[in-house]
Design a protein around this ligand. Structure first.
Ligand code: PXP
Length: 234
């Protein structure tokens, strides 16, 4: 299982004062020195954390960028300009604190099929961030996505309440179903140092983790925070 590190919240901290600290490019360099597979950034419509320039600067490092993005033409154009390693299409609502649920691929199949076409034609791998729902998986396969990223937020909330077995079962079944219809499977959202070990019970290629790693780095530094997570998912 590989690790993708989401660095949005380094930008959140920087933006709190509007200056340059903590420097996102420096952080990215430290993370890229570790055995991580991708750096994830979510360029939101309101640019609340990652800004366009961050994306350009980190792209110049030659990082494998996994760009989380809403299915809008503005962000699609930026993605086509920088051609990240992969994009993960997510739902986006202005008022939400973080992505609150999976994308409804089933309900907008034809629109999404057209939307991802130019990205795929330019060699960008395309992932759909979805709940562990079989109709969403089928729809992701239908539109030609390469990957799905299973939304683990509901599982993570259930873990906090001490009742995560059902949610874990849903994720496991979804991962098997997705593989059978030819999709590659990633997972992420709400994973932390306590609950991440459950992900070893299913076949997942990459975990995308942000908030818990960046939070841990306040205490131990970003390098150690990443190494500790890598150790847990080995
Ligand atoms: N995957 C997706 C699609 C996300 O939107 C997020 C949050 O930005 C994550 C993974 C990472 O979630 P967390 O910050 O809770 O680890």
């Amino acid at each position: 299982m590989k690790l993708g590190v989401n660095i949005d919240h380094i930008a959140t901290l920087r933006n709190a004062r509007g200056g340059v600290e903590p420097n996102l490019v420096e952080a990215a360099k430290i993370i890229l020195n570790e055995d991580v597979s991708t750096l994830t950034m979510h360029l939101r419509e309101d640019r609340r954390h990652i800004k366009d320039q961050d994306l350009f600067d980190i792209n110049k490092l030659g990082a494998r960028i996994n760009l989380e993005m809403a299915a809008t033409s503005e962000i699609q154009q930026i993605a086509l300009n920088i051609l990240p390693y992969s994009v993960c299409i997510v739902p986006e609502r202005r008022m939400e604190v973080t992505t609150e649920g999976g994308l409804d691929v089933y309900g907008q199949k034809e629109k999404l099929k057209e939307f991802i076409k130019p990205l795929k034609e330019n060699g960008v791998l395309v992932s759909m961030f979805i709940d562990p729902d079989l109709s969403q998986i089928e729809a992701s396969s239908y539109i030609g996505a390469d990957y799905i990223e299973l939304h683990t937020g509901t599982f993570s909330n259930a873990f906090e309440k001490g009742v995560c077995t059902n949610e874990l079962d849903k994720l496991k079944k979804a991962a098997v179903f997705a593989k059978n219809v030819g999709l590659k499977v990633n997972a992420g959202h709400g994973l932390n140092y306590e609950n991440v070990h459950f992900m070893k019970q299913m076949e997942v290629l990459e975990l995308n983790i942000g908030h818990s790693i960046i939070s841990r780095s306040v205490f131990v530094g970003i390098q150690k925070a990443v190494r500790e997570m890598l150790e847990l998912i080995k």
